[in-house]
Unconditional design. Sequence first.
Length: 252
Amino acid sequence: MKIATWNVNSLKVRLPHVLDWLAVQQPDALCLQELKLEDKAFPAAELEQAGYRAVFLGQKTYNGVAILSRIAAEDVTLNIPGFEDDQKRLIAATIGDVRVICGYFPNGQAVGSDKFAYKLRWLDALTTWLQGEIARHPKLVLAGDYNIAPEDRDAHPDWKDEIHVSEPERAAFRALLQLGLSDAFRLFEHPEKSFSWWDYRMMAFRRNFGLRIDHLLVSPALREHCRSCEVDKAPRKLERPSDHAPVVLELD
């Protein structure tokens, strides 16, 4: 089984990239973030023609998440139950026997800001809800744009005490791992300075100034089935790309 995550930074703009990528990679499930469109504008017909069904939660201009899959998704959950939120940031569904959760984690803007406080509240609510999800669904993947680089090696050049790398954010990431989840990317050897996001400015992609903030965390029942987890940088090289690259997990 192949599961991928990709912040497309506008599905309307990046739909041709997504369709081409699906044709080449043929994942069983693809989690998308930052759709930046309302549900009525979601390109369900185009994706179905490509062989994918979709469940989605859209929002005009901002946010928005979706799960594309070859087989119909079941038991769909929208946003974090019990956490009041106008922002459309999370969708979960069961694909076969695997629970797939797709999240667009809050950015946080700046350490100490109101948006940063919201980010930590959102992460705390997610962690609390996940305890029950893992108990109900032993085979579980938490995929998405976390907006957190969990270790110093996940950021270049050095970021210190800034958004994405601050200690409260990294502590929240560790709290997810303490639920028993594993960072699938770190189950395998990778070159130094392996990232999934590069700023559009200052030739950051060409200089490989980036962050690893797109992750797939897997439950203990899936960890032993992980065969590879890679960042596919090819779409980032295209014209008008997303600033994120897909991350692809393969399970046996």
